[in-house]
Design a protein around this ligand. Structure first.
Ligand SMILES: Cc1cc2nc3c(=O)[nH]c(=O)nc-3n(C[C@H](O)[C@H](O)[C@H](O)COP(=O)(O)OP(=O)(O)OC[C@H]3O[C@@H](n4cnc5c(N)ncnc54)[C@H](O)[C@@H]3O)c2cc1C
Length: 386
């Protein structure tokens, strides 16, 4: 067997978390290797969708509001440095009713954090967006500076920039490490051996497959479906500027909708957990039941799209922790192995903040955020982070 290539840090998984972790480690001058089994933001990865919402509101949860606020300028910086459009300022509108305290509490957190957010009455929403119809809400909150990230494009671009900056990128499926104490090297199923001072496994929905004894009870990958609807010929009313991204928070199915970006059509999905999924083998075809749910929702709330054709679909996965908090911690038995994941359907926007946090923990022994530790992960599922 050829001798192992040697680095300061080896990051396994080139999704949004792994890529930003590699970025911050490389910024310190370290020698960094980044590996992925299927390639950066590949079609099986959670980071591979066209778009992801970049919102600041998290109900009463100031931690994620602050991480999102820290992340947006770094996404914008990447966009400016490369000249590639990665963020679209669509505005993000939360729709709600009086029984829903989440949005009301969120408004005060946003104001406390200095993030611009405006309350809108149901009448104002109807007036501003006549193409939408919400008889079931009493109002909403608009984040005018928030918007949408071009997800796959951003991660693939970041990895290309990392390679230019000296990070070595390898395609390879890493074999789960065994044993205790210090890990000396990892191997891929293609018999490539790589060694480093520390190893960061940012493997999304694959974490419980890599570390079943430790993580199978803590990270639950679920099936999530995404639909793009063809807009009427010649129409402009679903474009950015005419319609924000919106989250229908008081609706039981938790729909969220994005405007027609890059002529792909209006995007709709439901932020509720689907059945369990195997990220390697899943046949990613949407269900008839979900198609009907989309059509029913649109006929009620976006009448012009009542009979719109579905022009594209995707099946992706969330990698949920029990309550939606991320998992960022050292492996309890392998002293130089870090576990990073549990994006839980809301992680994309936080890529820069997660990368910064992980590099701070590794390079500067920065103080840990207790909520993201392994010990803090409840085994009972009770989603509290939205
Ligand atoms: C439908 C949907 C909508 C979402 N909407 C939003 C949103 O609007 N806003 C938001 O902020 N977030 C959103 N998210 C969540 C967000 O996309 C994820 O939290 C985030 O992308 C997770 O990134 P990751 O890097 O942890 O995982 P991934 O992107 O899955 O990356 C993990 C990588 O590890 C690699 N890997 C796995 N095993 C190995 C191995 N053995 N060896 C080498 N490589 C390996 C995989 O190939 C993969 O590329 C959404 C997710 C989905 C599915």
């Amino acid at each position: 067997m050829p001798s192992a290539k040697n680095y300061d840090f080896v990051v396994i998984g080139a999704g949004v978390f792994g890529a930003w972790i590699a970025y911050f480690l490389r910024q310190s001058g370290a020698r960094v290797c980044l590996l992925d089994a299927y390639g950066p933001a590949n079609s099986r990865a959670s980071s591979s969708g066209e778009t992801r919402i970049m919102r600041m509101g998290y109900g009463q949860d100031e931690l994620y509001t602050r991480w999102a606020a820290r992340s947006l300028p770094l996404w914008q910086q990447l966009s400016e440095q490369t000249g590639v459009e990665l963020f679209r300022k669509t505005g993000v509108l939360w729709l709600s009713n009086d029984a829903d305290t989440h949005v009301e509490t969120m408004l005060s957190v946003l104001q406390r954090c200095g993030i611009s957010a405006n309350r809108l009455s149901a009448g104002e929403i109807a007036q501003r967006y006549p193409q939408l119809s919400f008889a079931d809400i009493t109002g909403g909150v608009l984040e005018p500076e928030s918007g949408v990230l071009m997800a796959r494009r951003s991660v693939q671009l970041l990895v290309r920039e990392l390679i230019k900056d000296g990070v070595e990128y390898l395609t390879g499926a890493v074999i789960p490490p065994q044993g205790q104490g210090k890990l000396n090297h990892i191997e891929t199923i293609q018999h490539v051996s790589v060694s480093g001072g520390a190893y960061i496994f940012a493997c999304g929905a694959w974490l419980p497959k890599l570390f079943p004894a430790l993580l199978a009870g803590h990270i639950h990958p679920t099936w999530q479906e995404v639909f793009f609807l063809g807009v009427p010929a010649g129409s402009r009313e679903f474009e950015i500027g005419c319609m924000p991204a919106w989250l229908h928070h008081s609706h039981t199915e938790r729909p969220y909708v994005l405007p027609d970006i890059e002529n792909r059509g209006l995007k709709i999905s439901f932020d509720r957990h689907g059945p369990q999924i195997d990220p390697d083998t899943a046949l990613r075809v949407v269900s008839r039941q979900s198609i009907e749910l989309v059509q029913q929702y649109l006929s009620e709330h976006v009448p012009a799209l009542r009979h719109a054709p579905i022009v594209e679909t995707r099946v992706c996965q969330y990698e949920n922790t029990a309550n939606g908090d991320f998992l960022i911690d050292l492996h309890p038995e392998l002293e130089n192995v870090w576990l990073v994941g549990g994006g839980s359907g809301h992680g994309f926007k936080h890529g820069p903040a997660v990368g910064n946090y992980v590099s701070g923990r590794i390079l500067h022994n920065a103080s840990p955020e207790p909520r993201v530790s392994l010990a803090a992960k409840p085994s009972m599922t009770l989603r509290t982070v939205f």
